[in-house]
Design a binder for this molecule. Sequence first.
Ligand SMILES: [Zn+2]
Length: 67
Amino acid sequence: MSDPRCPECGSDIVCGWEIPGVYDGILFWVCMACDTAYPRDFEDWKTRQAQSNNYANDYNDGKLRRE
Ligand SMILES: [Zn+2]
């Protein structure tokens, strides 16, 4: 896996998010510099990629917040 980099601002200071009960591992990334979420690259794992995209969108829509 290549280094995650924020597509918005280019920062490499990003935090991996796990969603317990959804995926045991990093599902998507959140940039610590600009607070933008973006999906992890799951390549050919299409169902997982769709989840990653959806959760990143939810974060950006304000439906997921860090506690
Ligand atoms: Zn950023």
